[in-house]
Design a protein around this ligand. Structure first.
Ligand code: RIB
Ligand code: CA
Length: 321
């Protein structure tokens, strides 16, 4: 079955890999990439998404910009740690030519609301940066929560520490209020957090194999991923590779059987030292509805092999038709 996908990316390196995975998969019809801030400012992320879709043979996929900062803030600056992990340009300082075309007119918030109206149950939305765009859409049109097919988000940490603070993962930490709106909206949400993404690791042995295709696509994806792996060697030397955060969310959107989940009345702490923590809400524990599926287990061997097959295919042949 073909799934109608929207990817909402803060186009850093693992977002780029998530995009490549989606374009390589025949089960996915990518309706659009929407752009958010986080690893980069929103304009840089949109530029990267346009350049990458063109490089990967998908110049017809629309790219639409969303809000450029968190709900409770007036602006946004890229954190030093984000620039260290993803490079100053978000894609490991790898030089990919600008796209021939520009972004679409209008806002990602309206695009999402309209897409839910058009595709309803068939639409799967995959945010892999801060949840600001979907929170704005839910505020403007709360009825989309019960009309959308699924939302599979990368973010959060339920059973492990955060990666920005001991409590908070990067995407949630950028806009805790937005994530709280999403998790308490009643929409069918699956959370793909650090609990599972830090189990799915890629190494330089994988990127070495991509390079054998000898294409510009192979060089670009391998160079940026090697940059990402080098950053992980500094920030998380015990892991032995880089976490496939955002690609895992896309893979679960296409095949939920990759993860096991628990149903949690999920909330986000928005105050104090635990700001940004994803945690069950004790006041809603007795309620049956309004739960988020939180991934706590992953078939890592199957996913990493499947991910690698997708990337080997797209670097050799370009986008799936
Ligand atoms: O914590 C990992 C997440 O933060 C990923 O989505 C990565 O791209 C960054 O946005
Ligand atoms: Ca991301």
């Amino acid at each position: 079955m073909t799934r109608q996908l929207i990817l909402d990316l803060d186009t850093g390196i693992d977002d780029a890999l998530a995009l490549a995975y989606a374009l390589a998969d025949e089960r996915a019809h990518l309706l659009a990439v929407t752009g958010t801030y986080g690893n980069v400012v929103v304009d840089e992320g949109v530029r990267n998404s346009l350049a990458l879709t063109e490089l990967l043979g998908a110049p017809d996929v629309p790219v639409v910009a969303g809000p450029g900062h968190a709900l409770a803030r007036d602006g946004f600056e890229v954190a030093e740690i984000s620039a260290f992990i993803h490079g100053r340009n978000g894609i490991g300082d790898v030089d990919i030519p600008d796209a021939q075309r520009g972004r679409e007119e209008g806002s990602a918030v309206d695009f999402l609301i309209d897409a839910v109206k058009t595709y309803g149950e068939d639409l799967v939305y995959v945010p892999t940066g801060p949840m600001t765009t979907v929170a704005c859409a839910l505020r403007r049109a709360p009825e989309i929560a019960e009309k959308i097919g699924a939302i599979v988000c990368m973010g959060g940490a339920l059973t492990v520490r955060g990666n920005v603070t001991p409590y908070s993962e990067a995407n949630i930490s950028q806009d805790p209020e937005a994530a709280h709106i999403l998790f308490t909206s009643g929409a069918p949400v699956t959370m793909i957090g650090l609990d599972v993404t830090l189990q799915t690791l890629l190494t330089k042995e994988h990127t070495r194999r991509w390079r054998e295709a000898g294409t510009d696509r192979a060089r670009a994806l391998a160079d940026m991923t090697d940059y990402y792996i080098r950053a992980y060697e500094t920030t998380a030397p015990k892991l032995g590779g880089c976490g496939l955060h955002d690609p895992l969310a896309v893979a679960v959107a296409l095949d939920p059987s990759l993860v096991t989940t628990v149903d949690v009345p999920l909330a986000v702490d928005c105050e104090g030292v635990t700001r940004g923590r994803t945690i069950g809400d004790p006041d809603r524990l007795a309620e049956a509805g309004g739960r988020v599926k939180v991934a706590v287990g992953v078939d890592k061997e199957r996913f990493v092999a499947d991910f690698n097959d997708h990337i080997e295919r797209i670097v050799a042949e370009g986008r799936a038709v």
